[in-house]
Structure formats: C-alpha cells, structure tokens
Design a protein. Sequence first.
Length: 458
Amino acid sequence: MSGPLRLVPGDGDTLPFLSAPLPRPRGRTRPSWAADPIDDLAERLVEPIASAVHPYEVAALLESDGLTGEQIRERYSRPDLFTLAEDLYARVPRHYPRPPAVPDPWRADPVRCALRGLVFAMPGLAYVLGAGLWQGAAGVAGLVASGLTAWAWNQALGHRAHVRLGADGTSAAARALAIGAPAGALVASVVGLAVAGPGAGAAFAAGQCCYLAAATVLLVLGRERVLLAALLPVTAGAAAVPVVRPPASLAVALLLLTVVAAAVAAGHAVRGAFRSGPPAGGNRSGLLRSLPYGVFGLAAGVLAALTGADDAGLVVVLTLSMGFAEWLLYRYRSLALAALRGSVGMRHFALRATRALVLCLGAYVACLAVAAPVLGAGLAAVLSLLALGAVLWTALLLQAFSSAWVPALVTLLAAAAEAGAEVAGLPTDPVRIACRTAAAAVLVVTAVRQLGLPTAHR
C-alpha cells in the first residue's frame, strides 16, 4: 500500500480537526493537561499565580521555589526567570480570594441602648412626685437655671471622662469624674439658689443637680443597671400619684432616697475604677476641648425646656427615644464601615454613606412621628418635635466623629433665636419650626460633606 492511510475518503490525507492542537482547560481545578512542563508548573502553583497582581510576583515565587537560570533554560525552554513568569501569569486566570470576615466593632447591644433610654426618661418622674415643692415663678426659674447649668456641665464632663477613658484607662476617667461631678453639682446648685432664693425650690434644684452628677458618673462607667435600681424609689412614688398622692413628707423621703442611692452608687463605681490600676498618663489634652460639648448641652437643654413649657409629654417622648437614637448612631457607623469596605471609589462610598445617613435619620424621625401623636399633640407641635429630633440626632452624630463646634454653634443659634422670639412675644410655633428646620438642614449638609469622606471613618 503506497501513500498515507486514508481514514475517510476525500481530498485530504488527514482529518481537518487534527490539524490544530487540542485546547487545554484552565481554571482552579487540577485538569489533566498535556505533557508541557510549563503547564505542569502552572498547575502546581495555580493558587499563588492566580492571586498575583503582576508577573513580578510570580517571578519572586519562582525564585523562592529554588528555580535556577539553567533549569529554566533546559526544562522550560525560556531564556530567563522573568520570561517564564510572564508566561505563567498569562496562562493562569486571575482569581483573588475574598478577605476574611472582620467582626463589626460598632455592633450595639439593643437591650443596653433601651436601658439607657429608660434611665434618661425616668428622672422626669421626680417632677411628678415633687410637684408643689417649689412655689411661684422664682422657684420654677431656679429649677430651670440649675438644670440647664447641670446639663451643660455634665455634657462637657462626660466628654472629658470618655476622652480620658479611651486614652489613659478607667482610673483616669474616674479621676476626672471624681473631681468634675461634685464641682458641677455645687456650681449648678449655687445657680439655682441664686435665682430661686432660699426655700424648697432651691433644695429641690440642689437634689436635681446632685442626681444629674451621679448619673453622669454611672453612665460613663457603664453602670446603667445600678442607676435604674437607684431610680426605683421615685418611680414607685410617681406610679402611685394617679391613685393617691403621697404626703409631702413621703415624697421628700423618696426623692432623697433616690438621690442618696445614686450618689452612693456613683462613689462606689469611682472607687472600683480607681482599683483598676494607675492611669496611663498619656493624655494631656486641655479642658477647652470639651467646651463645645458643654455649649451643645446648654443649647439642647434650652430647646427641650422651650418644648416642655408648651407640652411636657413631648419631652417625655424625646427622652424615651434617646435609647433608639443611640442605637441608630451605632447602626450608622456599622453601615458606613460596610460601605468603606465594599466601595470601589470615592463617589461610590459617598453615595453609600449618604444613604446610610438618610436611612438612620429617617428611622429616628419616623419613631418620633409615630409616638408624638399618641399624646394628642397638634400638628405644629409634632413638626417642631420632629425638627428638634433631627437637630439633636445629627448633632450627636457629628460629635461622635469629633466634629463638635459646628453642631454646638448651630444648636446654640437656634436656641437663642427661639428664646428671643419667646421674649419678644412672636408666634412661637412658626418660629420654632423655622429655626429647627434650618438648623437641621445645616447639620445634615455638614454631615453629608464631612462623613462622605473615607478618612472620616478610619
């Protein structure tokens, strides 16, 4: 038989599909590649080659694997290490493993946030139980003046203690609280006495100031349950008021018991914090750093007092919502951190961070919108409360990111405008809605601009 073997009758001597080499499969699996030494090497090193971002990484891998120039020329028929690395890099598809899951550092405990909201609201029961202990406009003015002073002082003290807690440890925070809390209670009590004059009103104001100082200590040191237990006497007395009002002597005794219990618990917490060890001593920041937090506390107190003057129930709703507001602050930070990890560019992150801000702020305003009408408040009062809630939550958010002066000044301007309108006899509802809405808009725009940058979340 002459000539090559014909498998199929035709013009050609071989099958058409045998004229091209067989394709070799690629991927992360270990296929049976042809006897090509470079393919064998790619199969053996498929994972590190697939995750490389440049052929130089493959070259470093080969060099660490012990390949010599002579082996590369003889075994793989390539002139040098870098040529072989480029060949391997081109043959293996890219595959980058996902980074390991990282626990969310901003995951909040809903039970703890709810508990904090409860202890924020329960002190208001003291005014129900102690109604009638202060007489006349002077007594009310003294109570308001001392309360605003205590709010401003304790807001600044809480920030100062948290700074010392994070920088120097628990004992350093305890030292700041041990000095600042009694001093604040004394200053606020003197203010109440100066405005109200000697009498039951000044005594009630002093008790209020002492309780607020003790509560600041317990909240900073994480003793919410202890504070809740200290509030049980005044809670029991206020619960009995709708049925039968306790005698004045019993009301005073219950109020004193609550103040003493809170003060003793605060002293015990500070003593326990001192036992945790000496402070690290690394923080030397000045007291002025906490000033804007005190300014914000004063302004927020004025806005709350103006709201409570018309409808005390709205202040109850606002204080009860503080636990949910705190949880939403943590929730925003979690969402922003997730956006930071999952974004592919600056604009993408800014959009995701803004969406998180809108969702969290909207959830808080919606909470107030559902709760306020239950008390029978009118539309103007509800709108004013919603705007105030937006101001406070956005201001607290900016403070959480160490942006303190903008929310402090914006809130202070709103409070001053409302107080001025009150003194001038202008219509309160339109002025309040306008001032609070404008303040909320400024704070939201500021938050979008500042928190839309990735550097704010690192």
